[in-house]
Write a protein that binds this ligand. Structure first.
Ligand code: GTP
Ligand code: SPV
Ligand code: MN
Length: 627
């Protein structure tokens, strides 16, 4: 077990105290730790063990610096407000530094790895001065997986350590697996805010210069300047998607931006679904959905990431590598996502960039119909409700919401009241259907079934969505977001499509998941949602399940199969026939406008787009009568 400390030894830079690393710590890990400590010059180095005592020390520290405020209303739960400039993923500062630029492809920023390392080494020089450098061993997915996916994050942020403790299996057990000789990923993070002697810390230290960098060949991550979620909790997007997608390409599996859920029909038939929607487009909500149709049951397996591998039985098995939920706060309430509410009600959670109530609870837009009369907003200012925004939500007199649109709750997934027992299964669950989905006001019907695997891959590869506040930059702009992985594919997007095609080719088609395309976000002429969404999405899941055995009817359209007359259960929903038709319609004019955007997208990716997907585009145009 891990205990004791040593303050000097061969290679330990003078004046740096190393705590918590016992004899037996992997020499490769120790030498990397010492190399980083020499470069970044922290005051101390602490190996984290994941214990409750360690959590208490981190909390104590962050209460002292003002990083967090204890919530009176929720057990062991805390409110954090970030620097207003550090609120989301920074896609323009994110790089895939492969040796060959062709391996990063047209959708990733690229820089030569040596050049990037020299820039970042200069930034890391002395960057942890005055701070503690934490060495955090972690495991993505169950410890008893056939090949446990280990990593070590070095960070100088207590907020990152505390968040990683919720989001990953972190601490002593992971270190033991590393010490036993299992491979692990090096993940280096610094907020880039050294403290001079005597300098007062700020609540959310960070740096205006930010880099989020993956070195795919070396399975290494370097991150600098941000303390926010996807930029800083390196087990999440950086490892489990960008680096893991490269591992998956090389080893014949898939690392995807997908939720995983278990659904049981009234007859007791169990199916597992995976669904890829872009950031802030509904994964957490669907993963925890409370069905509105009688007799159906949904249980949660994952809300953001799925690793999928073919099992010996020829079926595709999915595992959730995460241990927590890092969910979009606004819009989460008892009406929309009661299971998320029940999860956070149990405490042990961090809330970032939401509003604080006067009685020590959290609030955000959509938590309740109307806000309390007074709040402290995410920027720490007094906030009182005034006018309404276009969705009927309150703003203050300055026209600002109380919570940042990308504010988040970070909470243990094991607290979710509907977590499926199979969450703990090291080989995961066999997937019956994959849903791709986006946020589109027009064009994309509520649900479409693909013709076959290759057509389904085409649907995924051409997936489009309006940008959201989960990344910095403009919101509401339609872009292609292939498989909801645009910011997360760790290699060439065309090669990634080819990998998806190959995964299907190598499999028994009858055992492959069926692929569907959904859109909860189509609007009517007045800008209202055509489909009520949330729990009512269970009706779409029911149609999907009934398509698997062919019991639900479908009509063939040029873009795929949509629900046939009467086959989508809208009992008691109160939708008119016209409203339902508007949600389901395949409009030739809209598709005529969509095709050039798909052509432009394939042109951007270039030669690496597989011929089979170009063929799919050609046949789609033929079916639409556009060629
Ligand atoms: P990331 O964590 O960023 O990957 O997001 P996510 O895909 O998990 O999205 P999430 O479920 O957190 O939903 C994002 C936003 O969309 C929230 O404000 C939700 O309230 C809203 N939303 C989710 N599902 C629906 C739906 O079915 N209909 C509508 N109208 N809004 C939805
Ligand atoms: C996303 O942006 O898709 C998220 C949040 O799930 S983050 O951890 O920032 O990536
Ligand atoms: Mn996500």
């Amino acid at each position: 077990s891990i205990s004791g400390s040593f303050s000097a030894g061969p290679g330990v830079p003078a004046g740096i105290k190393v705590e918590g690393a016992p004899a037996g710590t992997s020499p490769a890990l120790l030498s990397w730790v010492l190399e980083v400590a020499e470069l970044t010059r922290p005051d101390r180095v602490v190996f984290t063990d994941g214990s409750d005592q360690e959590w208490d020390r981190l909390i104590e520290h962050m209460l002292g610096t003002g990083t967090i405020t204890k919530l009176a209303a929720k057990e062991n739960s805390y409110w954090a407000a970030s620097d207003p400039t550090d609120v989301a993923r920074v896609e323009d500062r994110t790089y895939i530094c492969s040796v060959d630029p062709a391996d990063a492809g047209a959708t990733n920023n690229w820089m030569d790895p040596t050049a990037m390392k020299s820039i970042m080494t200069a930034l890391y020089e002395g960057c942890m001065t005055g701070r503690t450098m934490y060495v955090m061993p972690f495991c993505m997915g169950p410890y008893d997986a056939p090949n446990p996916k280990l990593g070590v994050e070095i960070t100088d942020s207590e907020y990152v350590v505390a968040s990683m403790r919720i989001m990953t299996r972190m601490g002593t057990k992971a270190l033991e697996l590393i010490n036993a000789g299992n491979p692990w990923v090096k993940a280096l993070h610094s907020i880039g805010a050294p403290l001079a002697p005597g300098q007062q810390d700020v609540p959310w230290p960070c740096n205006d210069t930010k880099y989020i960098v993956q070195f795919p060949e070396e399975r290494t991550i370097w991150s600098f300047g941000s303390g926010y979620g996807g930029n800083a909790l390196l087990g999440k997007k950086c490892y489990s998607l960008r680096i893991a997608s490269v591992m998956a390409r090389d080893e014949g599996w898939l690392a995807e931006h997908m939720l995983i859920l278990k659904i049981t029909s009234p007859a007791g038939k169990v199916d597992y679904l995976a669904a890829a929607f872009p950031s802030a487009c509904g994964k957490t909500n669907l993963a925890m959905l409370e069905p509105t149709i009688p007799g159906w049951k949904v249980e949660t397996l994952g809300d953001d990431i799925a690793w999928m591998t073919f099992g010996e039985d020829g079926r595709l098995y999915a595992v959730n590598p995460e241990y927590g939920l890092f969910g979009v706060a606004p819009g989460t309430g008892w009406n929309t996502n009661p299971n998320a509410m029940r999860t956070i009600a149990q405490g042990n959670s961090l809330f970032t960039n939401v509003a604080l109530t006067d009685d020590g609870d959290i609030w955000w837009e959509g938590l309740t119909e109307e806000p309390p009369a007074h709040l402290t907003d995410w920027k720490g200012r007094d906030w009182t409700p005034s006018g309404l925004d276009e969705h009927g939500r309150r703003l203050d007199s300055a026209g600002e919401p109380s919570s940042h649109p990308n504010s988040r709750f970070c909470t243990p997934i094991t607290q979710c009241p509907i977590i499926a027992d199979e969450y703990f299964e090291p080989v995961g669950v066999p997937i019956s259907a994959i849903l791709f989905g986006g946020r589109r006001k027009t064009t994309i019907p509520l649900v479409t079934q693909s013709r076959d695997w290759q057509h389904g891959v085409f649907m995924g590869a051409t997936l489009s969505s309006e940008t959201t506040a989960a990344a910095t930059g403009a919101v509401g702009v339609v872009r292609r977001d292939p498989m909801a992985m645009l910011p997360f594919i760790g290699y060439n997007a065309g090669d990634y499509f080819a990998h998806w095609i190959d995964m299907g080719k190598g499999a028994d088609e009858s055992k492959l998941p069926k692929i569907f395309y959904v859109n909860w976000f189509r609007r009517d002429a007045d800008g209202g949602f055509l489909w009520p969404g949330f729990g009512e999405n269970s009706r779409v899941l029911k149609w999907v399940i009934e398509r698997l055995d062919g019991s639900a009817a479908a009509v063939e359209t040029p873009i795929g199969h949509v629900p046939g007359e009467g086959s989508l259960d809208v009992d008691g929903l109160g939708l008119t026939a016209d409203e339902l038709a508007a949600a389901l319609t395949v409009d030739r004019e809209e598709w005529a406008a969509e095709i050039p955007l798909i052509e432009e997208w394939f042109a951007k990716i270039g030669d690496s787009v597989p011929t089979s997907l170009r063929d799919e585009l050609d046949s789609l145009k033929l079916r639409l009568g556009l060629s």
